[in-house]
Ligand binder design. Structure first.
Ligand code: 13P
Length: 301
C-alpha cells in the first residue's frame, strides 16, 4: 500500500515537475515522502530558490502563502485546504493598521505565522530561527510585533529595543504551564529541556535551550547529551528520533499536538497533485507588498 502510494507520488512529481516540502510538524509518512523537511525559515528559502514548477506545501496555510509570495511564477498547492493556523488568524490586517496609527514611530515586525494581507502591512518578517538576529540588526529602536506575544517577550529579553506585543498566541505552545515543566523535569531527571519561543515566559525561563524546530534538531544532533525533553509540537519528535536514533526524546506535554498539522497525509498529497488543487492564490497588490517584508527577512538573516 505505502509502496504503491510512493510510486504514484514519484510518477506525479516527474509529470508535474513538482517538489514536496514538509514542515517538521508533519506526520511521519509525509516527512518521509517529502523532498525537503524543515522549519518555516528553511522551507521559505527553498521555495524562493527551487527550480520546480509546482510546490506542494505540506504544512499550514500561511506557509504555503509565503511560498507563493516568494515564488509567484510557481503553482503552490496546499494538499489540505482546512490546514490553517489559529495564531495567524489572531491578527487581521485592519487591526494591524489601527495599531500602526497608535504607534506611528514603531517599525512593524511580523512572525511568519501571519496571512499575506498582514505581511503586506509590515516592514519585516521573522521566524523563530532568526527573530532575535533580525530585530537586533533592523534599523529601528521600537517595534510593534505581530501576532505572537510569547515570541515578542522572548525577543524583548534578548535585544535592547522596545517591543510592543500583539496579544496572539499559539494554542499548542501557550497551553503548557510551569507546573507541567516541573512534573516533566521530576519524571525524567538529567535531561536537556528545549522549548520553542512560542511557549509562555514561565516555561521559557525554565528551559535549558529556547530554539525553533530547526535549532532543536541541530542542537540534539551535535549535543553530547542523550536525553531531551522537547517543548514543541509532537511531529518534531519523529524527525529527532530519525536523525538521532541513539538518543531519547520526550514530549514536554501530551497536549502539544497541532490538529492542523495533522490534517495532511500521503493520499492527500497524491490527490492534490492529481487535481492540482487546492491552489494558493494571492491578489497581486498584496503579494508585492508582502514580498518586501519577506525579502527583508532573507536579507537580514
Ligand atoms: P518553526 O519555524 O520553528 O519550525 O516553527 C513553526 C511554527 O509554526 C511553530 O508553531
Amino acid at each position: 500500500m505505502a509502496k504503491a502510494l510512493l510510486d504514484r507520488l514519484s510518477e506525479l512529481k516527474k509529470e508535474k515537475k513538482a517538489v514536496i516540502l514538509a514542515h517538521n510538524y508533519q506526520i511521519g509518512e509525509v516527512q518521509d515522502a517529502a523532498d525537503y523537511v524543515g522549519d518555516s525559515f528553511e522551507l521559505s528559502k527553498i521555495a524562493a530558490d527551487t527550480k520546480a514548477e509546482v510546490i506542494v506545501f505540506c504544512g499550514v496555510h500561511f506557509m504555503a502563502e509565503s511560498a507563493k509570495i516568494l515564488a509567484p511564477e510557481k503553482t503552490v498547492i496546499l494538499p489540505e485546504n482546512m490546514a490553517g493556523c489559529p495564531l495567524a488568524d489572531m491578527a487581521l490586517p485592519e487591526k494591524v493598521r489601527e495599531k500602526k496609527e497608535e504607534f506611528p514611530d514603531a517599525a512593524v515586525a511580523c512572525y511568519i505565522n501571519t496571512s499575506a494581507a498582514v505581511k503586506a502591512e509590515c516592514d519585516v518578517c521573522v521566524t523563530s530561527a532568526n527573530a532575535v538576529k533580525i530585530i537586533d540588526s533592523y534599523p529601528a529602536k521600537e517595534f510593534l510585533f505581530v501576532p505572537d506575544q510569547n515570541l515578542a517577550h522572548f525577543i524583548s529579553t534578548n535585544v535592547d529595543k522596545k517591543i510592543i506585543p500583539w496579544e496572539g498566541y499559539c494554542i499548542t505552545h501557550h497551553r503548557v504551564t510551569r507546573e507541567e515543566v516541573k512534573r516533566a523535569r521530576k519524571a525524567i531527571p538529567d535531561t536537556v529541556l528545549m522549548v520553542h519561543p512560542e511557549c509562555k515566559p514561565e516555561v521559557v525561563e525554565q528551559a535549558d535551550e529556547v530554539l525553533g524546530t530547526g535549532g532543536m534538531l541541530k542542537y540534539a544532533k551535535e549535543s553530547q547529551d542523550s536525553k531531551f525533553i522537547i517543548g514543541t509540537e509532537l511531529g518534531l519528535i519523529y524527525r529527532l528520533k530519525k536523525e538521532s536514533p541513539e538518543k531519547d526524546f520526550y514530549l514536554l506535554s501530551a497536549d502539544m499536538i497541532c490538529p492542523n498539522m495533522k490534517l495532511t497525509n500521503l493520499q492527500k498529497v497524491i490527490n492534490s497533485l492529481e487535481s492540482m488543487t487546492p491552489e494558493i492564490e494571492i491578489p497581486e497588490d498584496i503579494r508585492v507588498k508582502a514580498k518586501v517584508c519577506l525579502d527583508r527577512m532573507l536579507e537580514y538573516s
